[in-house]
Design a protein around this ligand. Sequence first.
Ligand code: DGY
Length: 421
Amino acid sequence: MSDATDARAREIMCANDRGGYTVPTARLYPHQWNWDSAFAALGFATFDLDRAWTELETLFEAQWPGGMVPHIVFRRDDDDYFPGIAEWGVERDPPTSGISQPPVAASVALDLYRQDPGAGEARLRALFPRLLAWHRWYRSARDPDGTGLVAVVHPWESGRDNSPDWDRAMSRMRVADLPAYTRRDTGHVAAELRPTQGDYDRFMTIVAHGRACGWDDEVMRTSCPLLVIDPATTFIALRADRDLAAIARIVGDEAVAREREAAAAHAAGGVRALWSDASGAYLARDVRTGASAGTVCIGAFTAFYAGLGSPALAGTLTRMLDRVSYALPSADPASESFDPRRYWRGPVWPQMNYLVGRGLAESGHADLAARLRDDLATLIADTGFHECFSPLDGTGTGGGDFTWTAALWLHWAAPSARSGR
Ligand code: DGY
C-alpha cells in the first residue's frame, strides 16, 4: 500500500514537472510558485537530489535586482490562470508577480545540503548570495520599522489567501474601481471551495495598486491598501534566518552568519508583541490600525518551527485538534468564520501541518507531531493527493494531484519517510 502510494506521489511530481520547475497542479495553478517549489524540492530529494536543487535554482532565476523572490514565475502566458502577466505588469524576463511568499527556501537548501554535503556544496555556495539578498530584502521592505515582525502587503504574499487572519483588514479596504475581470479559478474548482468574489475584488485592488506604483517597496509600505503583520511569515523568516546563518558558516562567511543570527534574535524578541493571553496564541496585526485579528489561525503554531513554542501555545493547539477528526485545521473550528472546506478558512493544509509538525518534534512534543503526521498520512492514503482536506470528514478539497502534497508525503508523512522527523 505504502509502496503504491509512494509510486503515485513520484508520478504526480514528475507529471507536474514542466522542465526544471514544477507547477503546483495542472490548470488551477499552471506556473511556478515560490514556496510550492521549495516544498517540491523536499519531495524530489527523496528520489532525485539533483532535480531537487534544480527546483530551487529555477525559482531564484526570477529574483528581482533588489533581492525579492516573486511568488509566481510566469514562463508563458496561460488562459487557465488569472491574474496573469498583464495584470501584474512586471516587465521582466521571466515575467513574475510583484509580491513574495514565505521564505522557506533557505531552510530547504540546508536540508538538501545535509542529505549529501559532497553533492550539495557547490550548489549551496551558488545559492547563498541569492538567499542572503532575499532575506535582507524581507527585513528592509517588509519589516521597515525594524521590529523583527514581517508584514505582508497582500494575503497572497502569506500564501494563506482567505485566512481569517486578514478579515478585519480586508473588510475596511475600499475596493478600487476595477476593470471587469473573469476569474479562472472557479472554472477549475467549485466556487464554494475558493475565496469569495468580495475577496477577489480586494485581491485585485491590491494588484492594481502595486502595478500602478511599479511594486515600489516604499510606496507599498506607506500606501498599500493592506499591510498586516503575519505571524507565520515572521516565524518562517526567523527560522530561515537561523538556517541561513548555518549555511553562511558552511560557506565560510562568519560575518553573515552573525548578521542573520542577530536578525533572528531580534525577531524572537519582537514576536512577544503578537501574543494574546485571551486567545492563547499569536495573532496577526493590522499595521495601519494596530488591531489584532480576532481568530486563532494555523500561522500561530509555526512558532514551534521557529523554536518559540510554549506550553500555553501547545494547549491551544491541542484544543483545536480535539475539535476536529483529522490533523491541524487552518483556522479555529470554534470560530464563527470556520468553514471546513473553503480554502484557508478551515481545511487541513499539508505544508502547514509539516512545518508545525516538524517544529513540534524538534521541541519535545513528539506525541502532537506524530498526530499531525499520522493524520496527514491517513488523509492522503484514504482520499488522494489533494491540495487540502476537510478536518471534519477528511474529504479532499481544492485542486487534485497536488505537488506539495505528493512531496510532503514522500519527505515526511509516508511510512517510508519516518526516520525520526
Ligand atoms: C491563487 O491564485 O489562488 C493563488 O493562491 C495566488 O497565489
